[in-house]
Write a protein that binds this ligand. Structure first.
Ligand code: HAM
Length: 415
């Protein structure tokens, strides 16, 4: 038997219906915030991803040469692709552009619960302005999306990458050395950050101050203590978040984020019920357009890990009820089988969800099949009733049966 590739999943009908339901909730939230949907290819030229992250990123993504010898990669995320699309097609449009997307991403990771090689992101990008209200708009959308899904317990953490970058700069660390150190700090791997700092001549005192900053976590009472432009920016951001009614935000100066392109505000949403892979959303502000051949344009955005957030809803035991048919149409015998399909068609045209017996079952077995679909009504088509243009309708819950004229059948079932 051929198995599916490691780190991928099949979605059976029940699960697919659940996914589509939540997807459409999220689309609704995006629309209510006036974001518009875009789609980009699932594969891109590899250089789109190496441009900012360097050639080593290829070890973490699905990269290959196509038959024409081109270096191609399956997208590991959509921000770079959306920015490429912006530079290629949308740079003359009025700004800001408020875009959202839903699609699968591929990363060559070690699969575990909540971590897949093929997964789905629901994300958004605002292209055009570098100000606190733009970041607030992105964070407000992310928070509204999480709330709309009904996740009960989550933590929203906001930081500003400029604070740690400024500190590193003041300690004499060159910009091109920062990414590696910041990645260690992101994981709070102080043992691994220490030798990197010492190798760049950072003093013990500075190092300890830096480590202490990454542990600064709290509410808005921390705001006055944050110096410089980043402090002013965060104070403004919190005022806008407050205006949007978003008050359950943690200020976390140690929020760094794994990707290399962030320049200012960064934020994450965690669902504690997920354990190790608890980050359900990540984002922040960045400038990528210049590197992709466009003008320098400020952007901010985020992506929700769709699979992960659905897993969190499951862990919180949030029930999703699949939709059952409104009616199941069955025939009492072969003489009326064709006619029963005509009745089903009428009901479908009236807007009802109607199933039919495709297995040529005898009446009693067909009735069992109807019950197993969870249909609300069985519509029993028999020769005697058809003679008076009627059918028998059985309420599958109460077992009550009624003779109903075909003309009134649709409105009868819709009551
Ligand atoms: P990211 O943090 O790499 O950010 O991914 C966003 C979310 O995708 C994560 O918070 C997580 O929920 C989910 N995710 C990541 N990897 C996996 C995986 N292997 N399996 C399941 N879920 C996963 C970005 O991708 C940025 N493009 C976000 C962004 C948009 N920043 C600015 N704009």
């Amino acid at each position: 038997m051929i198995q599916r590739p490691r780190g991928t999943r099949d979605f059976l009908p029940e699960e697919m219906e659940r996914r589509r339901h939540y997807e459409s909730l999220l689309r609704g939230v995006c629309r209510s915030h006036c974001f518009r949907e875009v789609a980009t290819p699932i594969f891109e030229n590899t250089e789109l991803f190496t441009a900012k992250s360097g050639p080593n990123i290829v070890d973490e993504i699905y990269s290959f040469q196509d038959k024409g010898g081109r270096d191609i990669s399956l997208r590991p995320e959509l921000t770079a692709a959306v920015m490429r699309m912006f530079v290629n097609e949308m740079s003359n449009l009025p700004r800001p552009l408020k875009l959202f997307y839903f699609g699968q991403c591929f990363r060559y990771e070690r699969p575990q619960s909540g971590r897949y090689r093929e997964f789905f992101q629901f994300g958004a990008e605002i292209i055009g302005a570098a100000n606190a209200e733009t970041d607030a708009e992105a964070i407000a959308l992310a928070a509204a999306m999480v709330r709309a899904l009904g996740l009960r317990e989550y933590h929203l953490r906001v930081g500003h990458i400029g604070i740690l970058r400024d500190k590193l700069r003041s300690m004499g660390v060159a910009d091109h050395d920062m990414a590696e150190i910041l990645q260690k700090l992101d994981k709070k791997s102080y043992d691994e950050a220490e030798p990197l700092l010492l190798a760049r001549g950072v003093s013990d005192k500075d190092k300890e101050e830096l480590f202490a900053m990454t542990r600064m976590v709290g509410g808005k009472e921390l705001l006055p203590a944050i110096e410089g432009e980043a402090g002013d920016y965060l104070r403004e951001l919190f005022a806008f978040l407050d205006a949007y009614g978003i008050r359950d935000v943690q200020l976390d100066i140690g929020t760094v984020r794994g990707l290399d392109y962030y320049t200012g505000v960064v934020f994450e949403i965690e669902a504690p019920c997920l354990g190790a892979e608890k980050q359900v959303c990540g984002g922040g502000s960045y400038t990528l357009s210049e590197m992709l051949g466009g003008d320098a344009v400020f952007s901010t955005g985020f992506a929700i890990g769709f699979d992960r957030i659905l897993l969190a809803l499951e862990r919180e035991e949030q029930a999703f009820v699949n939709r059952s048919p409104d009616a199941f149409v069955l025939a009492t015998g072969e003489d009326v089988r064709v006619e029963s399909f005509r009745v089903a068609s009428l009901l479908r045209e009236a807007g009802l969800a109607v199933d039919v017996d495709l297995m040529r079952r005898k009446m009693s077995k067909a009735m069992k099949a109807a019950a197993s679909t969870g249909a609300r009504y069985a519509v029993i088509v028999g020769a005697k009733e058809l003679a008076t243009d009627s059918v028998t309708v059985r309420d599958m819950q109460s077992g009550e049966q009624k003779l109903v004229s075909i003309e009134e059948l649709g409105s009868h079932l819709m009551d």
